[in-house]
Design a protein around this ligand. Structure first.
Ligand code: FPP
Length: 240
């Protein structure tokens, strides 16, 4: 399927959970689980494109993940630029714009540099977007939005009476993105873990039992089928 239909989500957000447990089951270091998880990202992007999904947002590193063991943090921070340079060609072939959300100034310079480079090289694409949440936290994002709104109120650019839902949406890291329609979390956990707290208000949630490295075409197909069965009402009632 190439065109997007009503039963295909336009924007999917993914919590790629279970890399560590996948590695542990095999007696491997955790970073091997993240490497296998990076392969699932590639598969997901292909399947999402084929299904007609326009935007994929991945929870790649949370603000809380900095407290993990130093070797795992540096392993992930090295994996990201390696993956980006290795797969940049695929982004171009599929006319996919790479973006990032989060407190990006906390990333190591090498990681940030490669991220900035690939984001700049793909920023003209409008068909599809891959959004990486890096050093990201939903509460941090809302806090950062509140700070910029407060600055505007302080300077007189905005008055408190004019603050609406949309004002908050307009001050998020990637304000132009539509809210995700579907949130997928793997590994059987049923938590939001501080991911896109504002944006997921009306999203459908899908929890997959597989660890992220095992979440491939078939598992994604099941998520899409389940999404197609759901009736979204956005707080209203059914038309029929
Ligand atoms: C959660 O599993 C996963 C992460 C914290 C990192 C996700 C990163 C990747 C898949 C690397 C590649 C990403 C890109 C975008 C190139 P976990 O470590 O919490 O697993 P556990 O719950 O089993 O310990």
């Amino acid at each position: 399927m190439s065109a997007q239909s009503a039963s295909i989500p336009r924007h999917i957000a993914v919590i790629m959970d279970g890399n560590g447990r996948w590695a542990k089951q095999r007696g491997l270091p955790r970073i091997k689980g993240h490497e296998a998880g990076a392969e699932s990202v590639k598969v997901l992007m292909k399947s999402a494109r084929e299904a007609g999904v326009e935007i994929v947002t991945l929870y790649a590193f949370s603000v809380e993940n900095w407290t993990r063991p130093q070797d795992e943090v540096s392993g992930l921070m090295n994996l990201l630029p390696r993956m980006l340079s290795k797969h940049e060609k695929i982004l171009h072939q599929n006319e996919t714009r790479l973006r990032a959300i989060g407190r990006l100034d906390q990333l190591p310079p090498k990681t940030r540099k490669e991220l900035d480079r690939v984001m700049a090289a793909t920023e003209h694409y409008t068909t599809r977007q891959l959004v990486l949440a890096l050093s990201y936290g939903g509460r941090a994002e809302i806090t950062d939005a509140m700070k910029s709104i407060a600055e505007k109120v302080k300077s007189g650019e905005l008055s408190p009476e004019d603050i609406e839902d949309q004002t908050i949406s307009d001050h998020l890291y990637a304000a132009d993105l539509p809210d995700p329609d579907l949130m997928i979390r793997t590994s059987g956990e049923h938590r939001l873990s501080n991911f896109l707290l504002w944006q997921l208000s009306y999203a459908e949630f899908y929890f997959a039992p597989e660890f992220w490295p095992d979440f491939r075409e078939e598992a994604f197909g099941k998520a899409l089928t389940e999404y197609g069965r759901r009736q979204r009402r956005f707080g209203g009632v059914n038309a029929c």
